[in-house]
Design a protein around this ligand. Sequence first.
Ligand code: PHE
Length: 467
Amino acid sequence: MVLKKEIHTKREGFSSSIGVIAAVLGSAVGLGNIWKFPYVTGANGGAAFILVYLLCVALVGLPVMLSEHLIGRHTKANAVGAFKALQPRRPWLLVGGAGVLSAFLIMAFYTTVAGWIYAYIFKAAGGALISAKPEDTFGVFNSLISGVGEPLFWQWLVLLVIGTIIMAGVTKGIERVTKLLMPLLFILLLVIDIRSLTLPGAGEGLAFLFKPDFSKITFSVVLAALGLAFFKLSVGMGAMITYGSYVDKNENLPKMAIKVALADTLVSLMAGIAIFPAVFALGFEPNQGAKLLFVIIPAVFNSMPFGRVFMVLFFMLTAVAATGAMLSLLEVPIAYLTEQYRWTRRKATLLTILAIGLLGSTATLSNSVFANVIVFGKTFFDLFDFTTSNILLPVGGIFVALFVGWQWGYAKVKREMSNEGRLKNDGLVRIYMFLVKFIVPIAIVIVLLAGLNLINPIISFFKDISI
Ligand code: PHE
């Protein structure tokens, strides 16, 4: 037996297999399922988009997730440290560095939306959202996001909450919170699904979700699906390397990744079923963008008995799901700063939170103070969202896949994936290697170039050169 060199001798880890899955799922499930999946689906035409999304999850997102878990568990290090350990003095560590940057940018707008969710708990409890008419709930939402002090207050409160949990440490903080409340969110989504599906006129919403119209699929739609898959599964930026580094050597990694991807997709679909039948039943348009959740869900609750109580509970659980996801985002720069620069956890957390708060404030104020500041055709909020999901994460995914497929080597990958030969999963290793060597990088490159409209300029560039 080969003795694996421990890179960091004393490292906290997750204490049980259930704890690991709960934490990884806690990272995946978040605003991506409940806020982003429905609104991006609505904006991109419904069922056909969902099919493309499912393909992106299975063929690209899942292999990249497994790759990150393998790298993380093998090296027991943070996103940058992991690449450094495997390939010292090679530029691969830039992949980890880009991940740390992505974590910052995602946090900048994620904390804005999480702040809206926190605010909605109190608005729901206080009775500000008791109307079954989307126009009324839209008014409440609009006045929240176009304010200055109010949304900033909630965003900074969110930062305070996650900063406190992060400082409590990995096992104690993350594991305990996520394990407890995920099942409850699932049950509540089921309740809303039933209500939404029994509203008169709900059928049209179901057709929107499940009857594909492929004429709506363009390359920019495919890019949106790919970006969503990365964002959803928390991959392409090192969060899963960092979490993988806390996983025990006996865990069956491929099985875990498949379970997480399935459960995560189920939650997204349930959120879709909660929202779209109601969208159509209430005579609302599905392509309303980021406000969809905040306008439709209160209206659904208001059409059911005990709606107000359920509504408060729903936003509380969504806040918990969002918090679990943010913990994993924050863990990327924190693990990097504490391990590479030997900062204390406290110092790393405080400074990171402060930096995110400052950058994130520009996202929060995108609907007020900075509404007219447009960079590359987008507000700060949209810019952070678009560049991370649709560019940085997929590019990160290309390199993670290329690294495992072409650099790390078949024998070593096989050893890590089979737990040093204890798991008999030869066939799976072969399929996985084929995906990360060829399918994942090629598919991402094509979708990125075509989705960003870069193919024609590139062709004409080469034509010019050859002349
Ligand atoms: N997957 C999370 C969500 O869906 C967001 C996230 C992205 C978390 C990247 C960590 C890393 O809400």
